[in-house]
Design a protein around this ligand. Structure first.
Ligand SMILES: N[C@@H](CCC(=O)N[C@@H](CS)C(=O)NCC(=O)O)C(=O)O
Length: 258
């Protein structure tokens, strides 16, 4: 069986979690604790420290777009792709083109929290055991400045991130027009865009991003766009397509601790 190594709060992990669920691919989720993950992910994925990573069934793939390609090659995500080879490749390239959106959402969501270590600790320890909580708490004064520097969360990059998000929200709305999806049917690009925007959209159908506590934490970051047609669309797609998480999933258990 596949294992998805994730953070429960990671939207790039949500992209793969949703994909596997939507395609009926059996998997278990190994939810790591942000901040402490760096002692494990370089050895699990061998391409740096980031999640998501997929292992099992002969696979060891790190990076959500690389994961999608490998799953596609194995014919595991056919229901989110067109039949013809060329069109499949084009759609995977289109999905991968939203990497910058994911990074911008990450910066915009964390920027208001960087001066609030208690909230960051709460979000990062949603899947942690008590010992990990203690260790992370003691490391916070060291980790937060490192995190801020490594992911370049400063006034200039925040302004760029917010501009990028706004442009993308408008562009997606324009491209979609009155259609239900970006393509002729729900596909991997729709899922990618919706997963990467979900921390801002706060869809009811997502146990964590739709949780009142999470929405309150994200409120500052989302404020200008709460009613933007693209975020309204994301909530709608989640309602129609996301499917329920199993009651014993890492995500549901994390949401119960929020
Ligand atoms: N391009 C990567 C981006 C993944 C990414 O930025 N993941 C974040 C969590 S949302 C992460 O793991 N950050 C911690 C790190 O890089 O060590 C992908 O598509 O998987």
């Amino acid at each position: 069986m596949l294992t998805l190594h994730s953070f429960v709060i990671s939207h790039f992990s949500e992209k793969i979690r949703w994909t596997l669920g939507a395609c009926g691919v059996p998997f278990r989720e190994h939810a790591l604790t942000p901040g402490l993950h760096m002692t494990m992910t370089p050895f699990i994925g061998r391409r740096g420290s980031s999640v998501p990573i997929i292992t099992g069934d002969g696979l060891r793939v790190q990076g959500s777009d690389r994961i999608l390609r490998r799953l596609a090659t194995r014919g595991l995500i056919d229901s989110l792709l067109p039949d013809e080879d060329e069109a499949r490749d084009e759609l995977l390239v289109a999905a991968a083109s939203h990497e910058a959106l994911g990074q911008a959402v990450m910066r915009a969501a964390y920027a208001p929290l960087i001066g609030d270590p208690a909230t960051v600790l709460r979000l990062w320890t949603l899947a942690a055991n008590p010992a990990q909580v203690l260790v992370l708490k003691s490391l916070m004064p060291l980790l937060l400045p490192m995190f801020r520097q490594r992911f370049r969360i400063d006034a200039r990059t925040l302004a760029q991130a917010r501009n990028g998000i706004e442009t993308t929200l408008d562009r997606i709305a324009e491209r979609r027009g009155n259609r239900a999806y970006l393509g002729a049917a729900f596909g991997i690009e729709d899922l990618t865009v919706c997963a990467l925007l979900a921390p801002l959209a706060g869809p009811d159908a997502h146990p964590l991003y739709g949780h009142a506590e999470f929405r309150a934490v994200a409120a500052d970051a989302v404020a200008p766009w709460t009613r933007h047609p693209t975020l309204v669309w994301v909530r709608d797609v989640y309602a129609r397509k996301r499917g329920a998480e199993p009651a014993d999933s890492a995500l549901v258990m994390a949401a119960a601790r929020l």
